[in-house]
Design a protein around this ligand. Structure first.
Ligand SMILES: Cc1cc2nc3c(=O)[nH]c(=O)nc-3n(C[C@H](O)[C@H](O)[C@H](O)COP(=O)(O)OP(=O)(O)OC[C@H]3O[C@@H](n4cnc5c(N)ncnc54)[C@H](O)[C@@H]3O)c2cc1C
Length: 224
């Protein structure tokens, strides 16, 4: 169950979120969306979930995945700028010259990414800038995440924004679900590729990811 209209809309946009949501249905899971949880019921153990519209879903196990909020309360009152994380420039430097921030808590150059890639790549840049006493290097790595769902490997890289167009560049959809051989979708804005999504197309995805990281994002002809 999901409070938003579909899972993954902020990450993938509504069209591709719908395609990935179809994986749940194909996998035999009943996806309940657009509704919140009012309470968990049960005394010794959970017996079910009460939804905010009064519906009751019986359950003997409940797995909760409701995201995270950066824990910056302990920094309130310091001179660091805070807004959904610690605000940093492109090199992880904060308003204080001797303080850098990296990983989930850092809003680097306007973006806060909750992915291992950022958490492992940003520290090298942050330390270099800390030692230099100014921003000499930028943490420009391309946001990347993956997820395995019902045997499908979902991979996404890039910086998608609301309003970007999205088209299937390889493979196809079958009744709104990923076809047998998966697919590769490109997000585009002003004729440039901004992000790439693949389902079960790891090699073309890695090529497209490298191309995006190099900054060469020429639009490619559609394969369909
Ligand atoms: C269930 C789950 C699955 C995930 N799967 C993926 C995945 O498949 N791919 C992917 O790329 N990313 C995934 N992530 C995200 C990834 O784990 C995070 O992006 C990454 O761990 C961030 O690293 P970090 O060091 O910034 O923060 P964290 O790993 O959260 O480490 C921060 C540490 O700081 C400590 N801390 C907090 N406040 C204080 C304080 N005041 N004083 C001292 N210590 C403090 C915390 O206890 C914690 O140990 C997943 C996250 C979760 C929760």
């Amino acid at each position: 169950m999901e409070a938003a209209p579909l899972p993954l809309v902020p990450q993938l946009g509504p069209e591709m979120a719908a395609v990935c949501a179809a994986l749940h249905r194909r996998g035999g899971a009943d996806l309940v969306t657009g509704i919140g949880v009012a309470a968990l019921r049960g005394t010794v153990a959970v017996t079910g979930v009460e939804l905010s519209d009064g519906r009751f879903l019986p359950a003997d196990t409940v797995i909760v995945g409701i995201g995270a909020t950066p824990n910056t309360a302990w920094l309130a009152g310091s001179t660091l700028a805070l807004h959904d994380g610690v605000l940093c420039d492109d090199g992880c430097a904060t308003a204080l010259p001797q303080v850098v921030a990296v990983g989930d808590v850092a809003r680097v150059g306007g973006t806060r990414a909750e992915h291992w890639t950022s958490a492992t790549e940003q520290p090298r840049v942050a330390v270099a800038n800390l030692l230099a006493g100014r921003t000499r290097e930028t943490a420009g790595s391309l946001p990347y995440f993956w997820s395995d769902q019902y045997g499908a490997r979902i991979q996404f890289a890039g910086r998608r924004q609301d309003g970007d167009g999205v088209r299937i560049a390889e493979g196809e959809l079958t009744d709104g679900t990923p076809g047998e051989g998966g697919f590769l979708a490109l997000y585009e804005r002003d004729g440039r590729t901004t992000a790439v999504l693949s389902v079960n197309r790891p090699r073309p995805f890695m090529r497209a990811r490298r191309e995006l990281a190099r900054g060469g994002s020429r639009p490619q002809p559609a394969a369909l």
